[in-house]
Design a binder for this molecule. Structure first.
Ligand code: ZN
Length: 146
């Protein structure tokens, strides 16, 4: 049976590719296997002699039997990094959306002001043929009869 890593999302198997990359496989420790299961968030897992965790999940690349050591349990999980990346991306996306939203609000406000000014201008000349001729070159503001 080929050794494979029990970490969620990890596809490492003890084959020539893993050997080339220097990936090692560690058996679950008898004494502290619960801390590994907890760290891996794999409460469904009941480790046996064929259960392994690969070396990429340990900071130093080696397991430690010392409880004070960071590598007492696996702690490097790519799925967590991906989750963090996704969160950061979503945050950046929301920030961009919020910025765009603010810009659109400002543009909308500017356009409303412009429209108000234009309406005011129209109101000034619509009943005044002299002003209409002066500002538009047209003889009258009224539409020609159809
Ligand atoms: Zn692995």
């Amino acid at each position: 049976m080929v050794k494979s890593c029990s970490v969620f999302g990890c596809t490492h198997r003890a084959n020539s590719a893993a050997k080339e990359k220097g990936v090692r496989f560690f058996k679950f420790p008898k004494r502290s296997h619960n801390s590994w299961i907890k760290a891996m968030n794999r409460r469904d897992l009941v480790p046996n002699g064929n259960s392994f965790v690969c070396s990429v999940h340990f900071v130093s690349g080696w397991q430690s039997y010392e409880a004070w050591d960071a590598d007492y349990a696996p702690s490097v999980f790519s799925y967590k990094e991906n989750a963090i990346d996704e969160k950061l991306q979503e945050r950046a996306f929301r920030r961009d959306l919020s910025k765009e939203n603010q810009q659109l609000r400002e543009k909308n406000e500017r356009l409303w002001k412009e429209l108000k000014m234009m309406k005011r201008g129209v109101n000034k000349i619509k009943d005044n043929d002299k002003a209409t001729i002066f500002h538009s070159g047209l003889p009258t503001f009224a539409l020609p009869p159809t």
